[in-house]
Design a protein around this ligand. Structure first.
Ligand code: ZN
Length: 491
């Protein structure tokens, strides 16, 4: 009896030990797999009044989110002017995150259809269109006192990594998001340190008395065709040599007394080098954002005002020349991370903008004016999250359509076109070779193909003219290349 009992006892002890160990294993497994909330890492919820996360904290959060979630993978893709690491968070389903290299290679083929062999036993283009993912990039706070985007990025990432509603699943399944918490990390630190220093003083919420980019200040967002800054170079490489996003969303803020949020469609004029279908797709995403914001009763959303589609130098405008859909949003600002009260009288005094006479005007492009009140970083955060999700929903729901349009535009640009020059020539033997080589480097960095002449070439511009020689060592930039629109627009 005793023996039997003790044997039972030993067995049940052993069993309890196994159970106990099992519980420990289960508990530790669930700790490892748990994506941390921003609050649990930072001690506050990003975009709450009078809180600010600097670049070290933002990076730290994304690193921990990567460790805690199979849906997030953080990569350092370059260094800033003063040596800070730049990061991108890839966010997608666990399965997609495991196969990032494969999806990148597939998308590179859509960006350059010459890499897809014609014919064969199966149609490789259709296979890619069937199985590829829409590549979307969202970038925040390139203008660093437009600070809320950088804080919002943590909330957005956490929400995508942890929500298991149907809509989020569809987004994660069908898109790969390249989320850049800030394209100007130095500026985030300049603003964060100034904000902390002045918090509770009469200077609280004012902008720092120094440039928030070491060389360029606000003009860091004028650099996207000339690539003078390390930040621009790193992102240009990530986009136009590696990932070729179909959609690029650049998140900004503007002054305090205009509409609450300005999004596409933009104001005239469009640049004729941009594919007309891209102009339409930009408008479509803007309207989806506007409709979703309106559905949540968020007032003061304006389209068709202020910002045009003409110039080449902006974060969201350079993508147009790569057949990519560039979206800009401009939220009304608070006072850095402090709330502000705006009166109706202040709104009445706001100067008219192109396409909108007054932030109190009720027109088709602005059908529900905001009439004043308290305006907080949390309001900006909410608007930017709704807008980001609207964009991601479109990217997910119409995945194949975005890929197909992108592929077809790139394919069409490879064809010879009688209405434009066949090639541009950089004649050898010009003075200032250093400037020439820098110029070529800038073009190549954007993915433009440049050929050095290895055979003599004789040309004439009209039937009456004598042939003249283009010397060996000259460079040719053909227009029938995937970067056709970029080449034509720049040259
Ligand atoms: Zn801005």
């Amino acid at each position: 009896m005793i023996k039997h009992n003790s044997s039972l006892g030993r067995r049940s002890l052993l069993f309890s030990l196994i159970l106990f160990c099992g519980t420990i294993l289960l508990v530790s497994a669930s700790i490892v797999a748990q994506p941390p909330s921003p609050r649990s890492v930072l001690g506050f919820t990003p975009a709450d009044d009078r809180t600010i996360a600097d670049w070290t904290q933002i990076r730290d959060y994304f690193t921990k989110l990567d460790a805690g979630s199979g849906k997030v993978k953080v990569q350092e893709f370059g260094k800033t002017t003063l040596g800070r690491p730049m990061i991108v968070a890839f966010i997608s389903s666990e399965e997609n995150i495991k196969n990032l290299d494969r999806y990148r290679e597939m998308n590179q083929k859509l960006a350059d259809p010459r890499r897809i062999p014609e014919g064969g036993i199966y149609d490789q283009a259709s296979t890619i269109l069937d199985n590829g993912k829409t590549i979307v990039s969202i970038s925040c706070s390139i203008h660093s006192n437009e600070i809320v985007g950088s804080q919002m990025s943590m909330n957005l990432a956490y929400e995508l990594a942890t929500s298991d509603d149907v809509e989020t699943k569809e987004i994660l399944e069908n898109t790969i998001l390249l989320l850049i918490p800030s394209s100007n990390p130095e500026g985030i630190d300049i603003v964060a340190s100034w904000y902390r220093k002045t918090l509770g003083t009469k200077s609280e919420g004012t902008v720092p008395p120094e440039l928030y980019h070491h060389y360029a200040g606000h003009d860091n967002n004028r650099d996207w065709f000339m690539l003078n800054l390390k930040e621009t170079q790193a992102i240009t490489k990530l986009y136009w040599q590696e990932w070729f996003p179909q959609i690029v969303f650049d998140v900004h803020q503007m002054g305090q007394t205009g509409p609450r949020f300005v999004i596409p469609p933009f104001y005239d004029p469009p640049n004729p080098r941009i594919a007309p279908s891209i102009v339409r797709e930009v408008g479509l995403i803007g309207y989806k954002m506007a409709a979703d914001l309106q559905a949540k009763n968020i007032k003061g959303i304006a389209t068709n005002t202020t910002f045009d589609m003409w110039w080449h130098g902006g974060f969201r405008s350079a993508p147009y020349y790569h057949n990519s859909i560039g979206i800009l949003s401009e939220a009304a600002s608070a006072e850095l991370m402090s709330p502000v009260t705006i009166t109706k009288e202040q709104l009445q005094r706001t100067r008219p903008a192109r396409g909108l006479n007054s932030p109190l005007e009720n027109v088709i492009s602005h059908p529900d004016p905001w009439e004043g009140g308290v305006w907080s970083p949390a309001d900006i955060n909410q608007i930017e999250i709704v807008a980001s999700r609207a964009l991601l929903q479109m990217a997910a729901k119409f995945r194949r359509r975005y890929l197909e349009n992108f592929y077809q535009l790139n394919k069409k640009d490879l064809m010879l076109d009688g209405s434009v020059p066949k090639a541009f020539v950089l004649i050898a033997g010009q003075p200032n070779t250093e400037a020439i080589s820098r110029f070529l480097e800038i073009l190549r960095w954007q993915g433009i193909e440049v050929h050095e002449m290895t055979h003599e070439l004789w040309v004439k511009h009209s039937p009456e003219e004598e042939f003249h020689e283009i010397p060996l060592g000259s460079f040719l930039i053909f227009t029938d290349q995937p970067q056709k629109r970029n080449v034509l627009s720049l040259l």
